[in-house]
Design a protein around this ligand. Structure first.
Ligand code: ADP
Length: 319
């Protein structure tokens, strides 16, 4: 292993830069040449890349987004596209690649392994929707952004005596909603993994009002419904003035938290060590205090395990 490449792909996540920095610095520390591929798999197909040195990753550990940019590449989903990428890697003498992204990006990495290029995945997504790892890079920053928003909405909600529904990201995964809801003291948390009907939400709201509560915060995961529809239904059934806020892309930006920076640094460095040790078709993850690695296929087959215990706790604490 003499020359490795790194790319970020799919949805961006705060902490991706810290992971890139760790890959570049640990690579150079181990006498490797490191190439940064721009715009994900698209850059691999079009040879859009630059040689990285120690300064290329200076002053980025605290920055959101990804200095390598990201993209979704339809061409890479085709065999023809992947052959072009393979050719670029052969011509440039790239011996291994580190892919920072979500499950889609990992499927792409798996294809590279099949074609004979050792590829390692590093989980970068705010959704925390990968079952094999406790945490993905960006998730912690995202939930902190959400609880910051909850605090602000709570202020105005209390002043007006309104109920508020806050829709958060996560695709089909309710982790952002659960963690932000628990930390933000939400009255109700609506996630795709647990059934809850509007009547239950309304009953809780009315109960709170009866004991003099001025504000109500309901967190809705994007995969479990639409905030505007739900606020209309609640208004109709309870008569309580209800406002909907869709937080959107604010959740994907911002300076990464210490947790995400540390996680990304450890994971990026581990990915390099794996390539040096001859590993291929692996993903890096976090289990308890340990940074682990696992076969990509095995990891992609592990269903995301929703933390039902914490969900039940959130319900108890918001009675
Ligand atoms: P994420 O990595 O955040 O889940 P996507 O699902 O959009 O994001 O995947 C990112 C990119 O990974 C896609 O645009 C595509 O180029 C590549 N990719 C996804 N699935 C596959 C696949 N089955 N085979 C090859 N490449 C894939």
């Amino acid at each position: 292993m003499k020359k490795i490449a790194v790319l970020t792909s799919g949805g961006d996540a705060p902490g991706m830069n810290a992971a890139i920095r760790a890959v570049v610095r640990n690579g150079i520390y181990n006498n490797l040449e490191v190439v940064g591929i721009k715009k994900g798999y698209d850059g691999l197909i079009n040879a859009n890349m630059e040689e990285m040195n120690l300064s290329s990753v200076a002053d980025i550990i605290h920055r959101g987004g990804t200095i390598l940019r990201t993209a979704r590449s339809e061409e890479f989903r085709t065999e023809e596209g992947r052959k072009k990428a393979l050719n670029v890697m052969k011509v440039l003498g790239i011996d291994g690649i580190i892919v920072i992204g979500g499950d889609g990006s990992f499927r792409g990495a798996k294809e590279l392994n099949t074609m004979g290029i050792p590829a390692i995945g590093v989980p970068g997504t705010i959704d925390n929707d990968l079952g094999y790892t406790d945490y993905t890079i960006g998730f912690d920053t995202s939930i902190n952004t959400v609880i910051d928003a909850i605090s602000k909405i709570r202020d105005t909600s209390t002043s007006h005596g309104r109920a508020n529904i806050i829709e958060v990201m996560g695709r089909d995964c309710g982790d952002i909603a659960l963690h932000a809801g628990l930390a933000g003291g939400a009255e109700s948390i609506i996630v795709p993994e647990a059934e809850i009907n509007v009547d239950q939400v309304c009953n809780k709201l009315l109960k709170g009002r009866n004991r003099g509560k001025l504000h109500s915060i309901i967190i809705l995961a994007e995969g479990a419904g639409n905030a505007i529809d739900m606020s209309n239904q609640i208004k109709e059934r309870t008569g309580i003035e209800t406002r909907a806020t869709i937080l959107g892309y604010i959740q994907r930006g911002g300076s990464p938290t210490a947790f995400d920076r540390i996680l990304a640094s450890k994971m990026g460095a581990k990915a390099v060590n794996l390539l040096i040790n001859g590993a291929k078709n692996r993903v890096v993850g976090a289990k308890g205090k340990n940074i682990i690695d696992m076969d990509i296929d095995e990891a992609l087959n592990i269903k995301n395990d929703f933390d039902m215990e914490s969900y039940e706790l959130a319900k108890i604490l918001s009675i």
